[in-house]
Design a protein around this ligand. Structure first.
Ligand code: GLU
Length: 300
């Protein structure tokens, strides 16, 4: 059986070294396993994605020496597929419209006595709209903006077996899902989760290789696959590239971009070797603006 994996960046900015690290994990796994490597541009979020970043991703990956099977799939060109999946979930009674604003969710949580927790206060949903009657739903849907939420308890109950996903060594991860997540966003209509599972299935992805920060997404994806009768890929979560303070490299902490390294004359092969060298323990000790030091260090 031919294995298929994918690298699936979102074009919300230029690729940084953390993204490069992830792309290299996918590419190395594909080479070792004679697998196809697909490139998918996850650009359904028109509020954050920009097409010039999509072009830049292709250019920067090319520079890094990563090749992929054609064609590149752009999620924004396949919205009808995600709508179909949403319709299926709706017809099975697995989702419900949620009219809550962020503020309403916070108020409801404090009314219930849940202490506001910094990281999850805005996302942990107390279930406010779960039991609204169909009639009331229809009435409010006429004039109020709404998101679609997955009724987790109902979804899990409908599965033949407890949802879980597996890694390449056969380890099993149970999918403990705490609250009704959004599956169709108010502003863009769909969610990352829905698009990913539809595309992975349609593209015949057998192995999903992604950062360990996405374990909770993998859990959601496995549940969605079960609900939508989609095949189960194997999940491989790699370590994240971190800075010397142990923080993961991310756009929000202004990480060094591939572009800046290229412009400074960094050799792509040297960068690849550095990132894949296990003795560095996935630590990127350089800071933004340190490009000259990086050039010197990588050349050693
Ligand atoms: N597009 C997502 C990201 O850039 C996800 C990747 C995935 O599903 O592996 O984080």
């Amino acid at each position: 059986m031919k294995f298929v994996t994918r690298f699936a960046p979102s074009p919300t900015g230029l690729l940084h070294v953390g993204n490069a690290y992830s792309a290299l994990q996918c590419a190395r796994w594909a080479a070792r396993n004679h697998a196809d490597l697909l490139l998918r541009i996850e650009d359904i979020d028109h509020t954050r994605c920009q097409s010039h970043f999509s072009d830049a991703i292709l250019e920067d990956l090319n520079w890094l020496g990563i090749g992929w099977n054609q064609p590149v799939r752009k999620q924004s060109e396949h919205l009808a597929l995600y709508q179909q999946a949403l319709n299926t979930l709706q017809s099975r009674g697995m989702i419900y419209p949620c009219f809550c604003t962020r503020k309403a969710i916070l108020n409801e949580r404090s009314r219930m006595g849940v202490a506001p927790h910094q990281s999850d206060s805005a996302t942990h949903y107390p279930g406010t709209c779960r039991n609204i009657t169909t009639l009331e739903q229809k009435r409010r849907m006429q004039h109020e903006p709404f998101a679609w939420r997955l009724n987790i308890a109902k979804a899990v109950k409908s599965c033949q077996s407890a949802p879980s996903y597996h890694d390449q060594n056969g380890a099993i991860y149970q999918t403990a899902l705490a609250h009704d997540i959004i599956i169709g966003r108010k502003d863009i209509g769909y969610s990352y989760h829905l698009a990913v599972v539809m595309d992975d299935a349609l593209q015949g992805v057998t192995h999903v290789i992604r950062g360990e920060d996405l374990h909770s997404s993998s859990a959601i994806h496995r549940l969605l696959q079960m609900l939508l009768d989609l095949p189960e890929p194997i999940y491989i979560h790699h370590h994240l590239l971190k800075n010397s303070d142990g923080e993961r490299l991310a756009k929000r902490i202004d990480s060094t971009t591939l572009r800046s390294l290229r412009y400074m004359g960094v050799d792509a092969a040297q960068l690849r070797n550095y990132l894949l060298d296990q003795s560095h323990n996935a630590i990127w000790p350089f800071v933004v603006g340190d490009e000259a030091a990086i050039v010197a260090k990588l050349a050693i």
